[in-house]
Design a protein. Structure first.
Length: 181
């Protein structure tokens, strides 16, 4: 079943030149090249199904990028009016780039993470722990005991502390496994 004919995209010579430059440039990310090709094909009169088939992508992706380009028409016209090719190129590159995604909310506040780091800098003996060096399990247990967090896994503690070394620590914050040589 055929749907409505997609809205045609009108490109100025400068817009077309910039999109073709993105397609030809060897350092362009492939997702931007694909998006530029979608716009160029749409401007040449191809429908979403034809573009999708030619580029080997889903037609919904073509529809989405056609719509995004059409939504940006006023901004493109404003950039055209300014006459700055470099600014137009940057605007088009931003338009073809991925939009920011919200992602999952942070699990721990910066204050909680600072308190866990401070805890890791304390000698375990101060917390009546029967160890000489903190382990991720001991740190997780102590952070929960002190009500810094309601729950945290030892693995998360380990990833956090090993992934972000602090300049304040003169030695590793966690006990390191002995290497067998």
């Amino acid at each position: 079943m055929r749907g409505p004919k997609p809205q045609r995209i009108e490109l100025t010579d400068r817009q077309r030149a910039e999109l073709e430059r993105i397609v030809r440039r060897t350092t362009s990310p492939q997702r931007e090249v694909t998006r530029a090709k979608i716009i160029l094909e749409a401007a040449d009169g191809a429908n979403n199904e034809q573009i999708a088939r030619e580029l080997g992508i889903h037609r919904e992706k073509v529809r989405a990028w056609r719509g995004r380009w059409l939504e940006a028409a006023k901004g493109l016209a404003t950039m055209e009016a300014e006459g700055d090719d470099k600014a137009l190129g940057q605007y088009i590159s931003r338009l073809l780039a991925d939009q920011a995604r919200p992602g999952a909310p942070a699990t721990f506040s910066p204050e909680q993470l600072c308190l866990i780091i401070a805890l890791a800098c304390e000698p375990p003996e101060q917390s009546d722990r029967p160890v000489t060096h903190w382990t991720p399990q001991e740190l997780a247990d102590e952070a929960i005991k002190r009500q810094i967090v309601t729950r945290i896994s030892p693995r998360h503690v380990g990833r956090f502390l090993n992934g972000r070394p602090t300049s304040a620590a003169s030695k590793p914050l966690l006990a390191q496994p002995r290497s067998s040589r």
